[in-house]
Design a protein around this ligand. Structure first.
Ligand code: XMP
Length: 518
């Protein structure tokens, strides 16, 4: 459990391990109500100290009667707060209140239609037939005393239940997923109709509380922050600067492996704001030197991570007394890195988050985005006046273009992939496809291919273009980009990037491929 960084009363989502738990937290916030996702094993006192406005119990993979199945902690019912149980959460609520759970006659995974049978604040102004998403093997068989059934299907007679007076509700289906089209209305009915929540989780309030908390924590101390040009570190820097002004110094290291114009953009955006408190270094010679002859992707990552940290460390030490390190950790990173119920997903590649804390530096971490989802970070960045190019920039790996130059990384090869990348992104933007894709980039392959230009045979470089759509970057699909756009990008790359005679488009999803090629 982490301490609350805001004074908003959160809706606590108790996490019983559903794949949709984060989504519930986001859906609540889309209603401008603060929410926190908390493991069901969290300490009762710590949770109650947050002064929850309500509880939502997530779904989960277990069956309530399994040995060792996650149980509903007693304090939740004792709190007297409104509760919404979803799927497994509904079954726990029914059991906790004295009802019964049984195996469904048929397990149900997929779309279903429920009929609303009873008027309740949970289904205000909704049609009596609702398309919903079911995913369960168990269901409530007997209602606890005082509850009524609110909706059902043939297979699942109690698909929703409620105890109006005690403000306890359960849904067997998943209102948080897009496959329940009116699910958002049901959630807002719960938040406002049942719980009386206030809509105070706004960009302005996020910034205001964050600035206040940073000032309280930092006092007169100095803070240092690694700026990469990406959205997370940029927003971190901007909000820290809003809070503590010149007590913040940002270090931007040009590794020679950044996207086109990225270094210039950082200096243009932050130079005027930070003045001498922006240290921008061109360290590309050092990075290319250390990468000479290296082809192994993991070794590239290690070398770049270490070189970056050494550079950053040197600059931070030169600043004198610094107490804090600002870092752009986001809420999904926090959620996903806590185990054992939310264990770190299996690492396929090590992800050096450039800007990570050098272990022996003894700086205290300050993470202003620790409770924010990406869309909230973007909104905060815009509100703080950062340009769209930064706020909406696709994510970029810490090792930068080094993992997009397959094989040895030289200055020339990095330059070639950077130019090809810039052309692709320019065409993507021009076609209105940039925000539709989650990540798009060019990769320079290690082998040459035969081509013909004019009357001459060529033997030139191959560029692969990659564009994906994804929610969470754990799985991804290749983007179905218009052929015209691909054709324009291809023609321009061959004409404008010296030494390239062939362009291919990557049509692999993740899994089995990964998003990056290395
Ligand atoms: P993969 O290639 O693993 O990428 O499907 C998933 C996401 O992670 C990014 N990525 C990295 N980010 N350091 C980073 O900070 C890395 O070494 C690294 N490798 C991949 C990738 O760009 C995608 O967004």
């Amino acid at each position: 459990m982490e301490p609350d960084t805001t004074k908003n009363r959160p809706v606590i989502i108790l996490d019983f391990g559903s794949q949709y738990s984060q989504l519930i937290a986001r859906r609540v916030r889309e209603n401008q109500v603060y929410s926190l996702l908390v493991p069901y094993t969290a300490d009762a006192h710590e949770v109650m100290a947050l002064d929850p406005a309500a509880f939502i119990l997530s779904g989960g993979p277990a069956s309530v009667y399994d040995a060792g199945a996650p149980a509903l902690p007693g304090y939740v019912l004792e709190s007297g707060k409104p509760i919404l149980g979803i799927c497994y959460g509904m079954q726990l609520l029914a059991l906790g209140m004295g009802g019964q759970v049984q195996r469904a006659e048929r397990r149900e995974y997929g779309p279903a239609q429920v009929t609303v049978t009873e008027a309740s604040p949970l289904f205000s102004d909704l049609p009596s037939k609702l398309d919903v998403w079911m995913s369960h093997g168990d269901q409530v068989g007997r209602l606890p005393d005082g509850f009524t059934s609110l909706a059902g299907t043939d297979n699942c007679p109690i698909a929703a239940m409620g105890h109006g007076e005690r403000r306890l509700y359960g849904l067997q289906f998943h209102p948080e997923v897009a496959h329940t089209p009116l699910g958002g209305r049901i959630l807002s009915d719960f938040l406002f109709g049942v719980c009386g929540c206030e809509q105070n989780w706004t960009v302005a309030s996020i910034i205001e509380t964050s600035v206040r908390d940073i000032r309280e924590r930092v006092g007169e101390a100095q803070v240092v922050c690694a700026l990469s040009g990406g959205v997370d570190s940029s927003v971190t820097a901007a909000i820290l600067h809003r809070a503590i002004g010149d007590q913040l110094t940002c270090v931007f290291v040009d590794t020679g492996l950044m996207r086109k114009e990225e270094a210039a953009q950082v200096v243009r955006t932050f130079g005027p704001r930070f003045g001498e408190h922006l240290i921008a270094l061109d360290e590309s010679d050092v990075f290319f030197h250390k990468l000479r002859g290296v082809t192994d992707p993991e070794l590239k990552r290690r070398i770049i991570g270490e070189t970056f940290i050494r550079t950053f460390e040197r600059e931070a030490r030169a600043l004198g007394e610094v107490r804090f390190l600002g870092q752009g950790t986001l809420y999904p990173d926090v959620i996903e890195s806590r185990g054992p119920d939310r264990s770190v997903a299996a690492r396929i590649k090590t992800h050096h988050n450039v800007g990570g804390l050098p272990e022996d530096m003894e700086l205290e971490l300050i993470e202003p985005l620790r409770y924010l989802f990406k869309d909230e970070v973007r909104a905060v960045g815009s509100e703080l006046g950062l340009p769209d190019e930064i706020v909406w920039r696709h994510p970029f790996p810490g090792p930068g273009l080094a993992v997009r130059v397959i094989g040895e990384v030289t200055r020339e090869r990095a330059q070639a992939v950077r130019e090809a990348d810039a052309v692709f992104l320019e065409e993507l933007r021009a076609a209105g496809q940039y925000r539709e894709t989650s990540q798009a980039f060019a990769v320079l392959l290690p082998e040459c291919s035969v081509g013909v230009m004019g009357d001459d045979r060529t033997y030139g470089n191959v560029i692969a273009l990659r564009a994906v759509t994804t929610q969470d970057f754990m799985t991804a699909d290749w983007a179905r980009l218009p052929y015209d756009l691909l054709a324009r990008a291809s023609t321009r790359i061959v004409n404008e990037v010296a030494g390239v005679n062939r362009v291919v488009y990557d049509v692999s999803s993740k899994p089995p491929a990964t998003i990056e090629w290395e």
